[in-house]
Design a protein around this ligand. Structure first.
Ligand code: F6P
Length: 321
């Protein structure tokens, strides 16, 4: 079997571990593995590279993706999809594994409307906003990257008795903000999934000061409906009568050595992807739910809502008193 592998959309730590598992497990199971550089556009631009077990040496611990990634407008067109299908057939690829977020799963779904090959998706995004898995590859590393930065910010916030707003990534999802907010002991966590009441947050900070809580950390998900951390910081500063400081963590969340959890998740799903393709199982994204590998039809990965943990949402206020 000749299997193509690509990474698409925002890169995430652990993608390399998944590629490594696909190649090494595939080679052991009589597969030829073709790396496709630059995401779906790489199919159209014929950016192909034969991958061997040696090619993927010294990768498991490295962030980013050795296949590079991208977003392709051409691939979203009927003509682009048809051309991609023809090009995959022209190099005798009969199986494809794509690693990415919900946009990547849409790509596989629409590609299979034009292509007769087998396709399996792996959830690779720091946002953890893809239905069909408890965690996506890269989420745990991104949360730990953010947590490390916030612990550092806490040092100066406590030394200077200041209020800090810290903006984290997540596009339209609040998973990173919720997890890092609980883990860092934030005073408030602003999420796209929940209404933001700045008067209430200001009152909580003021009450905290009266009770001796001299500094506060407020986590802001970049997609919050109240705006970004800078805009919210100005409004909050007016309400509490002092200038809040703002840190936007940005792209450091997307890099660095993947954690143990991401390396193992990526390795398990990568190897399973080969097993699925060999067994004729396709049209699904693989994930891990309650410790078991799950198979979710592509369309459900973006049509079904990935809900945040309700108990964690309820913990925000009581744990930040
Ligand atoms: O989807 C992953 C992500 O890092 C989001 O959290 C973020 O909003 C987006 O990518 C940034 O996109 P780009 O890398 O294209 O600037």
């Amino acid at each position: 079997m000749k299997v193509g592998v690509l990474t698409s959309g925002g890169d995430s730590p652990g993608m390399n571990a998944a590629i490594r598992a696909i190649v090494r497990f595939g080679v052991l199971h009589d597969c030829q593995i073709v790396g496709i550089h630059g995401g779906y556009q790489g199919i159209l631009d014929k950016e192909y590279e034969e991958l061997s077990s040696r090619t993927v040496a010294h990768l498991i611990h490295r962030g980013g993706t050795c296949l590079t990634t991208g977003r392709s407008e051409e691939f979203k067109t009927e003509e682009g999809l048809r051309r991609a299908a023809e090009l995959l057939d022209s190099i005798d690829v009969d199986g494809l594994v794509a690693i990415g977020g919900d946009g990547t799963m849409r790509g596989l779904y629409h590609l299979q409307e034009h292509w007769g090959g087998r396709a399996v998706g792996l959830p690779g995004t720091i946002d953890n906003d893809v239905y069909g898995t408890d965690y996506s590859i890269g989420f745990d590393t991104a949360v730990n990257n953010a947590l490390d930065a916030i612990d550092k910010i806490r040092d100066t916030a406590e030394s200077y008795s200041r209020v800090f707003l810290v903006e984290v990534m997540g596009r339209h999802a609040g998973a990173i903000a919720l997890h890092v907010g609980i883990a860092s002991g934030a005073s408030a966590i602003l999420l796209p999934e929940t209404p933001t009441d700045l008067d209430k947050i200001a009152a909580r900070i003021i009450e905290g000061r009266k009770a001796g809580k001299s500094s506060s950390i407020v986590i802001v998900a970049e997609g919050d409906e109240a705006g970004n951390a800078s805009a919210i910081g100005e409004k909050l500063s007016e309400r509490i009568g002092e200038r809040c400081r703002v840190s936007v963590l940005g792209y450091i969340q997307r890099g660095g050595n993947p954690t143990r959890m991401d390396r193992i998740l990526a390795s398990r799903l990568g190897a399973r992807a080969i097993e699925c393709l060999k067994a004729g199982i396709d049209g699904v994204m693989l994930g891990e739910i309650d410790g078991e590998i799950a198979e979710t039809p592509f369309k459900e990965t973006w049509t079904k809502e990935k809900k945040l943990d309700q108990w964690m949402l309820e913990l925000i206020a009581p744990l930040s008193t």
